[in-house]
Design a binder for this molecule. Structure first.
Ligand code: GDP
Ligand code: MG
Length: 170
């Protein structure tokens, strides 16, 4: 019997890092160059099959603007998983991602599976954040780390699949 497990998942990270694009790629297999800014938050759902089990992700794509910061706890509290996104071509977004990790570690639920996504990995020539630095940070903080591209689709399904696997193991 195929069991379905519902899992609330939240995307956090600076505006422009590609949160909505990652969700659009994962949910619809699409990419747009001029993705509209998210207002408040947007909801999506998508399933992932792991062996004979299915995880149904209930995805909250948050805005990332500072003026919506006070809303963030509504989305990360009770979340089974959080994907914290930065843009590999923008060091400030990596700094911001670390702030989100700290906030989740102090205000969030300790059982929330956290993944760090270095997005826009297709823009290698503009890279500001090395994979080594991010990998080291992720290891020190017990996060799952992967570099993604919503544009080329590299590692996008993988990040959700890895989270689904961890959820089912846990
Ligand atoms: P959000 O504010 O975090 O939701 O970011 P968006 O998804 O709105 O993306 C911001 C901009 O970055 C848009 O113009 C996207 O087309 C672009 N973008 C998102 N992901 C990628 C990616 O992986 N590679 C490249 N080259 N551009 C991306
Ligand atoms: Mg967005």
């Amino acid at each position: 019997v195929n069991k379905i497990r519902n899992a609330k998942l939240v995307l956090l990270g600076d505006v422009g890092t590609g949160k909505s694009s990652l969700v659009l790629r994962f949910v619809k297999g699409q990419f747009v160059e001029f993705q509209e800014s998210t207002i408040g938050a947007a909801f999506f759902s998508q399933t992932v099959a792991v062996n004979d089990e299915t995880v149904k992700f209930e995805i909250w794509d948050t805005a990332g603007q500072e003026r919506y910061h006070s809303l963030a706890p509504m989305y990360y509290r009770g979340a089974a998983a959080a994907i914290i996104v930065y843009d590999i071509t923008n060091m400030a977004t990596f700094t911001r991602a670390k702030k989100w990790v700290q906030e989740l570690q102090s205000q969030g639920n300790s059982s929330t599976i956290m993944a760090l996504a270095g997005n826009k990995s297709d823009l290698l020539e503009s890279r500001q954040v090395s994979s080594e630095e991010a990998e080291k940070y992720a290891k020190e903080n017990g996060l799952f780390f992967i570099e993604t591209s919503a544009k080329t689709a590299i590692n996008v399904n993988d990040i959700f699949y890895e989270i689904a696997k961890k959820l089912l193991e846990g």
